[in-house]
Each structure stands twice: as C-alpha cells, then as structure tokens.
Design a protein. Structure first.
Length: 365
C-alpha cells in the first residue's frame, strides 16, 4: 500500500479528479457505506499514514489494530470490521478489490491525445489511427497498424507488420518485433520486448546453427507485460499469451509457449519453449519451468519452484529449500552428499532383516 506521500505524479492525478465524496464513491463501487456522504477523499494511504483526505482499506485482520488509530477520511473494509472504525466506511466483501477499483477512480490514466511527435519516424505504409499518439523518437515500421487511442511512448520500436489493438499503452522503450499482434487494452512497461527470435539452434558438429523463427508472438486483450520482460516469437507456430494474463518484471517466455487466460506470473520466472500453461494459474517469483510441459488450469506454484514435469491436476505445488542458519545449511549439505551411501546401506539392512525373518520360519518347518 502506498502512502499519501507516494509522489508528485500520483498526487497530481488525485488532485486532477477533484476527489470523490463518500456517497459518490460508494455508488460508483456499488457498495453500501456508513458515515457522512459528503466526506471527500482525493488520494490513498495505508491506515497508519492516512490523513483526512485519504482513502485506505483493511483487507487483512492482522492489521485491525491500526484501524482504531487511523485518521483516514474513508476506509474500505468488511462488515464485520465496520463497528470498530472511527471514521466513515465503505463496506465490501472484498476490500482489496474494491480499493483497487476506487484507486483507479482517484488516479485515472491520462487521456490519449492523438498525434505524431515531430521526432517520431513513421513509415508511409504504416496505418496510425488519428486518435493514437506516437511519442518522441518512436519508430513505426512499414505495414504496422495502430488502433484507436493507442499510446506509443518515447523510444518505442514498432516493427514491420505489427498490430496494436485499441486503448493499448506502450509506456516507453517497448520493442514489438516483426509481425507481433497485441490485443485491446494491453499495458506494456518500459523495456518489454515482444516477438524476438526464440532460442532455437541445431548442432552441426561442435557448432550451433540458428533455426529461423518464423512464428509470431500474439498477446490477447487486457494483457500486462512488466518492465524488461521478454516474450519470444514462435519457431513455427505462434507464442500465445491469453486474455487477461499478467506478467511481472524480468520474465522470460520461450518460443511457442502458450499461457492461458488470466494467469499471473511474478518476477524472475522463466518458461522454457513449447510449454503450455492453463487458465487462472499463479506462478510466484523465480520459478523455473522446463520445456514441452503441460500445466493444467488452476495450478499454483510457490516461489522458486523448479518445475520439471507436467502437472495435469489443479492445486498448489512447491519445491526449493527455505533459508536457514548457515551452520545448519552446511551440516545438511554434508548429509546430502551421504544420501547415496546411506541409501545403499539401508537396502543392505533391509535385505538382512528379510533373511532373518525367513530363517525362523524354516526352523519351525
């Protein structure tokens, strides 16, 4: 949660809306409220840092102690917490979601003003909607199609034959390589690269020979690509990122990967080529996934999981070793090295025990 001092840009955005009254805010959210409907909020803050013009929320009961001391103008919370609030409240069954929607109302994205900056380069055969904006030093190559109200920020490269759907936003220095298709309302953060040639090589003796990557990278509607995240083009078919997929910063998506709708991945994750990931999955930070795997819908991998096989059933899966005191780790490493010998000795003991069980039976006969 950001505090009221989250920066001049957001402060100006909140001020630009003129704020919202409690009654108006609750109506826009479709939620009930308690308190003076004219109480106004114009920015957001956590419970501790909030001032009377701030909106805050309580989503986790572990932070309920801060509710009694908050100076926020309005707090979004569950009905079970409403009686403990000393300030006006909006009541929600999902306070975090309602807060997200409220924050979007207080900090709306600036409208796109159509035009082409004098420092941009646009090929004569490119089609740019009059309501789209092409920023300074951006390059739009031949045959590209840029739809209504698209924002192409400074330094972006739009390759030959790229298509960008309406209301999408490329913040800055985004590269869309040849033939990439971006759906509607996509958000691509600085440094994202979509459609680069995949990592495909054949061995010729001791040399590597590059395999031409002739597929595309295709992003669905409402996709978000984080800063410095890369999505490779397909080798033959396409790399497919489904509607509503959210990719964090510094993620690598290999060629011909398919990611199902509304799946989310955290930073530093790497997905090897030709893996298929289902819908509504969550992949935590620093997960490594081998290639040619199939991951079912509704699978959730925790942080640093090493995924080397397919997972055909929904559920939560983990691997990796949590941090521990260094002395304990050194002892455990020493034991790891002994596992093979211990296993061999255990098998020998089991065999001897089996022999001892057989011997009395023979004597009884």
């Amino acid at each position: 949660m950001s505090s009221c001092g989250r920066g001049a840009e957001n402060a100006e955005a909140g001020a630009a809306t003129g704020g919202l009254g409690l009654g108006q805010l609750a109506a826009l959210l479709g939620e009930p409220y308690r308190g003076d409907p004219h109480t106004r909020v114009s920015r957001v803050a956590d419970l501790q840092a909030a001032q009377p013009d701030c909106l805050s929320f309580l989503g986790d009961r572990r932070y309920r102690a801060g509710l009694a001391r908050t100076r926020a103008g309005v707090v979004i919370l569950r009905e079970t917490d409403a009686d403990a609030a000393p300030v006006p409240v909006v009541i929600s069954v999902n306070p975090y979601l309602s807060f997200a929607r409220a924050a979007r109302l207080l900090y709306p994205s600036p409208p796109v003003v159509g035009g082409v900056h004098p420092a941009a380069v646009v090929a004569p055969t490119a089609v740019v909607d009059t309501s789209a904006w092409i920023g300074p030093t951006a390059v739009v190559e031949a045959g590209a199609w840029i739809g209504p109200r698209v924002f192409v920020g400074p330094g972006c490269i739009i390759g030959e034959g790229v298509t960008i759907g309406e209301d999408s936003r490329l913040v800055a220095r985004v590269t869309l390589c040849r033939g990439t298709l971006v759906g509607k309302r996509a958000l691509l953060h600085p440094g994202a690269v979509v459609g680069r040639s995949g990592f495909g090589f054949a061995k010729d003796g001791e040399r590597w020979v590059r395999i031409p990557q002739v597929g595309r990278a295709v992003l669905g509607d409402d996709v978000e690509i984080g800063a410095n995240t890369t999505v490779d083009r397909g080798a033959i078919g396409d790399t497919l990122i489904g509607d509503g997929v959210k990719l964090d910063n510094h993620i690598q998506i290999g060629h011909n990967v398919q990611v199902g709708e509304n799946t989310a991945m955290a930073a530093m994750t790497g997905i090897s080529g030709s893996t298929r990931i289902g819908r509504n999955c969550t992949i935590s930070g620093a997960v490594g996934m081998a290639g040619h795997l199939t991951i079912a819908d509704g699978v959730h991998f925790t942080g640093q999981a090493m995924v080397t096989r397919s997972f055909p059933q929904a559920g939560s899966y983990s691997s990796g070793i949590p941090a521990m005191p260094s002395a304990d780790w050194r002892r455990n490493v020493a034991r790891f090295r002994q596992l093979d010998e211990l296993s061999r000795r255990l098998k020998q003991l089991e065999a001897r025990i089996a022999d001892l069980d057989v011997a009395p039976a023979q004597e009884d006969d």
